[in-house]
Ligand binder design. Structure first.
Ligand code: FES
Ligand code: FES
Length: 181
Protein backbone atom coordinates (compact mmCIF):
# COMPACT_ATOMS: atom_id res chain seq x y z
CA UNK A 1 0.00 0.00 0.00
CA UNK A 2 1.16 3.53 -0.64
CA UNK A 3 -0.31 4.80 2.62
CA UNK A 4 3.12 5.55 4.02
CA UNK A 5 4.19 8.27 1.61
CA UNK A 6 0.69 9.78 1.36
CA UNK A 7 0.22 10.05 5.10
CA UNK A 8 3.71 11.47 5.48
CA UNK A 9 3.09 14.20 2.93
CA UNK A 10 -0.34 14.92 4.45
CA UNK A 11 1.27 15.22 7.85
CA UNK A 12 4.01 17.48 6.49
CA UNK A 13 1.39 19.74 4.94
CA UNK A 14 -0.56 19.90 8.19
CA UNK A 15 2.62 20.72 10.02
CA UNK A 16 3.43 23.70 7.81
CA UNK A 17 5.98 22.17 5.41
CA UNK A 18 8.37 19.24 5.24
CA UNK A 19 9.84 18.77 8.67
CA UNK A 20 8.30 21.97 10.00
CA UNK A 21 5.57 22.63 12.53
CA UNK A 22 3.29 25.62 12.61
CA UNK A 23 3.33 27.54 15.83
CA UNK A 24 1.16 30.49 16.84
CA UNK A 25 1.31 32.46 20.04
CA UNK A 26 0.93 35.97 21.40
CA UNK A 27 4.19 37.79 22.07
CA UNK A 28 4.08 41.16 23.81
CA UNK A 29 0.34 41.40 23.07
CA UNK A 30 0.85 40.74 19.35
CA UNK A 31 -0.29 37.59 17.55
CA UNK A 32 2.62 35.88 15.79
CA UNK A 33 3.00 32.63 13.89
CA UNK A 34 5.65 30.80 11.92
CA UNK A 35 6.60 27.43 10.53
CA UNK A 36 9.59 26.22 12.51
CA UNK A 37 11.80 23.22 12.97
CA UNK A 38 10.23 21.25 15.82
CA UNK A 39 13.52 21.54 17.71
CA UNK A 40 13.35 25.35 17.71
CA UNK A 41 13.72 26.74 21.19
CA UNK A 42 11.57 29.59 22.37
CA UNK A 43 14.63 31.82 22.67
CA UNK A 44 15.54 31.08 19.03
CA UNK A 45 11.98 31.82 17.96
CA UNK A 46 12.05 35.14 19.78
CA UNK A 47 15.51 36.21 18.64
CA UNK A 48 15.76 34.76 15.16
CA UNK A 49 12.18 34.75 13.90
CA UNK A 50 10.81 37.80 15.70
CA UNK A 51 14.08 39.72 16.07
CA UNK A 52 13.37 40.32 19.75
CA UNK A 53 17.00 40.26 20.76
CA UNK A 54 16.54 41.60 24.28
CA UNK A 55 16.25 38.02 25.47
CA UNK A 56 19.81 36.73 25.73
CA UNK A 57 21.58 33.38 25.67
CA UNK A 58 24.38 33.20 28.21
CA UNK A 59 24.99 29.48 28.59
CA UNK A 60 24.13 26.09 27.20
CA UNK A 61 23.45 24.47 30.54
CA UNK A 62 20.25 26.22 31.66
CA UNK A 63 22.07 27.93 34.51
CA UNK A 64 22.44 31.64 33.77
CA UNK A 65 18.87 32.94 33.42
CA UNK A 66 19.75 35.49 30.73
CA UNK A 67 16.95 33.97 28.65
CA UNK A 68 14.09 34.35 31.15
CA UNK A 69 10.75 35.46 29.70
CA UNK A 70 7.19 35.12 30.94
CA UNK A 71 5.09 32.30 29.57
CA UNK A 72 1.42 32.64 30.50
CA UNK A 73 2.43 34.88 33.36
CA UNK A 74 5.23 32.79 34.84
CA UNK A 75 8.98 33.12 34.41
CA UNK A 76 10.57 30.40 32.27
CA UNK A 77 13.99 29.85 30.78
CA UNK A 78 13.33 30.22 27.09
CA UNK A 79 16.52 28.28 26.27
CA UNK A 80 14.93 25.12 27.61
CA UNK A 81 11.41 25.66 26.26
CA UNK A 82 10.42 24.42 22.83
CA UNK A 83 8.67 27.05 20.72
CA UNK A 84 6.17 24.43 19.57
CA UNK A 85 5.16 23.77 23.17
CA UNK A 86 4.07 27.43 23.46
CA UNK A 87 1.27 27.04 20.92
CA UNK A 88 -1.59 29.31 21.99
CA UNK A 89 0.38 30.80 24.88
CA UNK A 90 1.08 34.37 25.88
CA UNK A 91 4.74 35.32 26.03
CA UNK A 92 6.16 38.55 27.42
CA UNK A 93 9.76 39.54 26.80
CA UNK A 94 11.77 42.44 28.15
CA UNK A 95 10.63 44.45 25.10
CA UNK A 96 7.04 44.09 26.26
CA UNK A 97 7.43 45.36 29.82
CA UNK A 98 7.43 49.11 29.26
CA UNK A 99 3.97 50.49 28.58
CA UNK A 100 3.08 53.75 26.86
CA UNK A 101 6.68 54.92 26.82
CA UNK A 102 7.01 54.40 30.58
CA UNK A 103 9.54 51.96 31.99
CA UNK A 104 8.06 49.17 34.07
CA UNK A 105 8.62 49.89 37.79
CA UNK A 106 11.13 47.05 37.95
CA UNK A 107 13.09 48.47 35.02
CA UNK A 108 13.02 51.88 36.67
CA UNK A 109 14.27 50.36 39.93
CA UNK A 110 17.22 48.68 38.17
CA UNK A 111 18.09 52.03 36.60
CA UNK A 112 17.72 53.91 39.85
CA UNK A 113 19.74 51.42 41.94
CA UNK A 114 22.43 50.75 39.32
CA UNK A 115 21.46 47.09 39.23
CA UNK A 116 23.49 46.47 36.10
CA UNK A 117 26.90 46.97 34.61
CA UNK A 118 27.37 45.37 31.19
CA UNK A 119 23.64 44.66 31.05
CA UNK A 120 23.89 41.18 29.60
CA UNK A 121 22.08 39.47 32.47
CA UNK A 122 19.66 42.36 32.99
CA UNK A 123 16.69 41.36 30.81
CA UNK A 124 16.55 37.95 32.45
CA UNK A 125 17.08 39.46 35.89
CA UNK A 126 14.22 41.91 35.41
CA UNK A 127 11.83 39.32 34.01
CA UNK A 128 12.66 37.01 36.92
CA UNK A 129 12.29 39.90 39.38
CA UNK A 130 8.83 40.81 38.09
CA UNK A 131 7.81 37.18 38.47
CA UNK A 132 9.14 37.14 42.03
CA UNK A 133 7.15 40.25 42.88
CA UNK A 134 4.06 38.80 41.20
CA UNK A 135 4.32 35.65 43.33
CA UNK A 136 5.69 37.01 46.59
CA UNK A 137 4.19 40.49 46.80
CA UNK A 138 5.65 43.93 47.37
CA UNK A 139 7.52 43.38 50.65
CA UNK A 140 10.53 41.27 49.76
CA UNK A 141 13.40 40.69 52.17
CA UNK A 142 16.98 40.16 51.06
CA UNK A 143 17.04 36.43 51.89
CA UNK A 144 13.97 35.79 49.75
CA UNK A 145 15.33 37.81 46.84
CA UNK A 146 18.71 36.08 46.89
CA UNK A 147 17.06 32.66 47.11
CA UNK A 148 14.62 33.43 44.29
CA UNK A 149 17.40 34.78 42.05
CA UNK A 150 19.47 31.60 42.32
CA UNK A 151 18.70 30.81 38.68
CA UNK A 152 20.05 34.13 37.42
CA UNK A 153 23.77 34.75 37.22
CA UNK A 154 25.51 38.11 36.91
CA UNK A 155 29.19 38.11 36.05
CA UNK A 156 29.97 41.72 36.70
CA UNK A 157 27.71 43.79 38.93
CA UNK A 158 27.76 41.86 42.16
CA UNK A 159 24.40 41.21 43.66
CA UNK A 160 24.11 44.00 46.19
CA UNK A 161 22.62 46.53 43.79
CA UNK A 162 20.52 43.92 42.03
CA UNK A 163 18.95 42.85 45.31
CA UNK A 164 18.29 46.50 46.21
CA UNK A 165 16.71 47.04 42.80
CA UNK A 166 14.44 44.01 43.09
CA UNK A 167 13.34 45.08 46.57
CA UNK A 168 12.54 48.61 45.37
CA UNK A 169 10.92 47.41 42.16
CA UNK A 170 8.63 45.01 43.98
CA UNK A 171 7.63 47.76 46.39
CA UNK A 172 6.94 50.11 43.48
CA UNK A 173 4.76 47.46 41.85
CA UNK A 174 2.73 47.61 45.03
CA UNK A 175 1.41 44.08 44.78
CA UNK A 176 -0.16 44.70 41.38
CA UNK A 177 0.67 42.42 38.49
CA UNK A 178 2.24 45.00 36.25
CA UNK A 179 3.79 42.80 33.63
CA UNK A 180 2.10 43.13 30.26
CA UNK A 181 0.35 39.78 30.50
S1 FES B 1 20.67 30.87 28.30
FE1 FES B 1 21.50 30.39 30.25
S2 FES B 1 19.77 29.63 31.34
FE2 FES B 1 18.98 30.05 29.38
S1 FES C 1 25.51 43.27 34.48
FE1 FES C 1 27.04 42.18 33.37
S2 FES C 1 26.46 40.10 33.61
FE2 FES C 1 25.14 41.16 34.95
Amino acid sequence: MSLGSKSQSDTAAAQGGPGLVSVAMTVNSKAVSADVDPRTLLVQFLREHLRLTGTHVGCDTSQCGACVVHLDGRAVKSCTTLAASCEGSKVTTIEGLAQGGQLHPMQEAFREHHGLQCGFCTPGMIMAAVDIANRKGPNLDETTIRHELEGNLCRCTGYHNIVAAVKAGAAAMGGARQAAE
